[in-house]
Design a binder for this molecule. Structure first.
Ligand SMILES: Nc1ncnc2c1ncn2[C@@H]1O[C@H](COP(=O)(O)OP(=O)(O)OP(=O)(O)O)[C@@H](O)[C@H]1O
Ligand SMILES: [Mg+2]
Length: 428
């Protein structure tokens, strides 16, 4: 019996050769169509290998244009070069610390990440930040102390320290302070230097920046252009050869996926679509990817993207969108008053429902003003649409409409908000 079920499983048409190659974390050995960007960034960081401070560089480009993979690639090569005694006979010390600011969203957290990083605490170094901290943590220490530790380790070892701050727009607290600290440290250091590579896909970051921070961070600027369909095809093909069994992905399918993804020039989307189409093909037991599988994959990937956007929202925005979803599935006041269909909701009723959910979860509801901000942000993310009402019985108000299935949104959030156990008490 056992043999038979495995027999069947094994004999099922194999679609993938190596799924790892299609995973979002895989960085290929070559990055086609980014040769120029790689060269530019290599040139920006190379002075570190001569003990000179590289310029701080700000890198901007829309999502999926290869910023993260290109920068990670270059700093990996930089470290390999520096760690090779034949290539670096004078033993110049280069250390790179990469972080994503989505999880390091304050000046303090950024500094902690730098100082607690293994590379700055290597036993070969003097005056390492954690040397007098048996619990290997610097939490709770004041920022001045952190600054001194950074200064000491860089200065006493003559380190060329390169910080990669990915998604730098996510640093909400103390960004200008952080830029100031990093400028000042270079002025004060006798030996070594600290330089920054800042990455973002949010162009507003630059406009919002204090002019002083801007001139610190943007000594050089690089823009990553969206990929066109032809470029996306090369990127896809590179993964198909090693990721899929032969004959599973026809050229027509590659062109189709590249054409979809070329609307935003987004390689991540292209790769997601490819992998999902492969999974669908495998699950239905077909031999090769067909157009209909790509179409289906497109819906699935879009849903995943929305789910991801919702599940990474801050808690109060999640509460607001949850309230909107709950009201939408129940049918809001407008529907009841007007007897018309449609999912329009009054701002007021959404706020009331939000307040009730806050109470249910023992959270303090934010003010109406902050609530309005949340609505604007949800609209910018494309999760809701808003329109002004005409003059009516209730004066002018904003109507809110959910962009996606309310049930889906509720099921994504029920768990993360901890509403599962409280379901019975759900406010009406
Ligand atoms: N030139 C390329 N060759 C091969 N793969 C690439 C290339 N550019 C991007 N990719 C792949 O596409 C995906 C997205 O790239 P990456 O994460 O670098 O984008 P990004 O610009 O940092 O996007 P975001 O702004 O959303 O962070 C990754 O899986 C990456 O490996
Ligand atoms: Mg990135």
């Amino acid at each position: 019996m056992m043999d038979d079920i495995f027999e069947e499983e094994i004999n099922r048409r194999r679609i993938f050769k190596d799924t790892l190659i299609l995973s979002p974390h895989y960085v290929p050995e070559e990055l086609p169509h980014r040769e120029m960007e790689i060269r530019d960034i290599t040139r920006s960081v190379a002075p570190a290998l001569r003990n000179e401070k590289p310029s701080n560089t700000f890198i901007y480009g829309k999502t999926g244009t290869g910023k993260t993979c290109v920068v990670r690639y270059v700093i990996r090569k930089l470290e390999e070069f520096a760690n090779n005694p034949e290539k670096n006979p004078h033993g110049i010390i280069v250390k790179t610390v990469y972080m994503n600011c989505k999880v390091r969203d304050t000046k303090y957290k950024v500094l902690l990440k730098i100082l607690e990083d293994k590379k700055l605490n290597h036993p070969d170094l003097k005056n390492t930040p954690l040397s007098d901290r048996p619990q290997k943590s610097l939490k709770g220490m004041d920022p001045g102390d952190l600054y001194d530790r950074l200064y000491n380790v860089v200065n006493s070892n003559e380190i060329n320290l390169m910080l990669v701050l990915d998604e730098i727009d996510m640093v909400k607290k103390g960004f200008d302070d952080l830029m100031y600290i990093l400028t000042r440290i270079n002025d004060e250091l006798e030996y070594g230097n600290v330089s920054i590579l800042g990455l973002t896909n949010d162009m507003k970051t630059l406009r919002r920046m204090d002019p002083r921070s801007r001139s610190t961070l943007c000594q050089e600027e690089r823009v990553f252009k969206p990929y066109n369909a032809v470029q996306l095809k090369t990127i896809l093909k590179q993964r198909i050869d090693n990721g899929f069994q032969e004959g599973v992905v026809d050229t027509g399918v590659v062109s189709l996926i590249a054409a979809f993804a070329a609307q935003d020039g987004d390689a991540r989307y292209a790769l997601k679509l490819l992998r999902k189409a492969g999974e669908i093909t495998r699950d239905v037991g077909d031999e090769k990817i067909l157009k209909k599988h790509v179409d289906e994959a497109k819906d699935a990937v879009e849903n995943d993207i929305i789910a991801e956007a919702i599940s990474t929202l801050p808690e109060h925005q999640q509460l607001v969108i949850y309230s909107i979803a709950a009201l939408t599935s129940r049918g809001g006041m407008y529907k009841r008053l007007s007897g018309l269909g449609g999912g329009d909701l009054f701002t007021g009723e959404v706020y009331e429902t939000y307040e009730k959910y806050c109470k249910l979860l023992n959270r303090k509801a934010r003010t109406i003003r902050q609530f309005s901000e949340y609505l604007n942000e949800l609209e910018m993310l494309g999760l809701i649409t808003m329109r002004m009402s005409g003059k009516g019985t209730r004066g002018t108000t904003r109507f809110i409409r959910l962009g996606y299935s309310p049930d889906e949104i509720k099921s994504i959030l029920r768990k993360s908000l901890g509403l599962e156990d409280l379901e019975m008490k759900t406010p009406s």
